[in-house]
Design a protein around this ligand. Sequence first.
Ligand SMILES: Nc1nc2c(ncn2[C@@H]2O[C@H](COP(=O)(O)OP(=O)(O)OP(=O)(O)O)[C@@H](O)[C@H]2O)c(=O)[nH]1
Ligand SMILES: [Mg+2]
Length: 320
Amino acid sequence: MAGPDLDELVGRAREGQPRAVARLISLVEDSSPRVADIARALTPYTGRARVVGLTGPPGVGKSTSTSALLTALRGEGLRVGVLAIDPSSPFSGGALLGDRIRMTEHATDPGVFIRSMATRGHLGGLSWATPQAARVLDAAGFDVVLIETVGVGQSEVDVVKLADTTVVLLAPGMGDGIQAAKAGVLEIADVFVVNKADRDGADATVHDLKQMIALARRELRGPSWRQPIVRTVAAKGEGVDEVVSALRAHHEWLLAHGELDRRRAARAREEVAAIALRRLHAELADLRDGDRLGEVAARVVARELDPFAAADQLIAELKG
Ligand SMILES: Nc1nc2c(ncn2[C@@H]2O[C@H](COP(=O)(O)OP(=O)(O)OP(=O)(O)O)[C@@H](O)[C@H]2O)c(=O)[nH]1
Ligand SMILES: [Mg+2]
């Protein structure tokens, strides 16, 4: 795709044409050779969207909550893009399908764009493709970008790197207290949601959470945001307005404390470092495919060079 075609595609995405948005996301997601050109074309139009991450254990109600949040935010006239990250194995594609079905009520709304992304099969997975996709949605003029990730292993931490505001969902009877402490959700959550509040044990979950927050706060210094705990019954839309209020309050807090800039700067550092590393990797792979690495290695064998000096030499050549 030549420059003018790319500009035209970006133009159509900015007019809100869903097919153009989808095409751009596909291009960046597959890390096409155009990815740098696309980023350059999008950058002037980015920086406006509020990026909200939703994470939590499997089945806690993230997709249901995302759908309910969509309805509430659309009610305020905001345009909302959703990235549903699916880290699942090839054998459990059902969750993805479920997300789609649950969100079909928004399917014909031009103010909504929903995209499921399977991390499997992507080089660098979530950490690579998602910021690119979020950038597309930002440039396309979506006011809010919601990113849903299942909180397993690293992914909870990953979403923090992406989002201005991180919502951690818990539900009664999931052994929340211990699990939460383990996964370090106290540090990553800006807003806690105890979903499935229609079930027994919601009070206990809220109680446990409050205790943990109080303990953690004792160790904190400086201007700290008080992480609110909102109870919801996402399946019925109950409590969702309170979540929207909490998101707004957190956004205002971020602005008032310079924290939004700080978070975005931290994010940019991560992203630039990841891109640089990836490029170096690629260049090194080129050297390996060519004979240069073989030549240097032969000199190591011949004891003309030690391996460290050999590596330094290769790096110097990469820079040159
Ligand atoms: N009782 C009750 N059930 C709920 C509530 N919210 C969601 N559910 C149900 O919980 C199940 C899981 O909801 P999802 O929204 O798919 O949960 P999820 O966290 O997105 O799940 P994964 O993406 O698979 O991790 C569904 O059957 C929902 O209908 C709620 O507030 N109360
Ligand atoms: Mg889901």
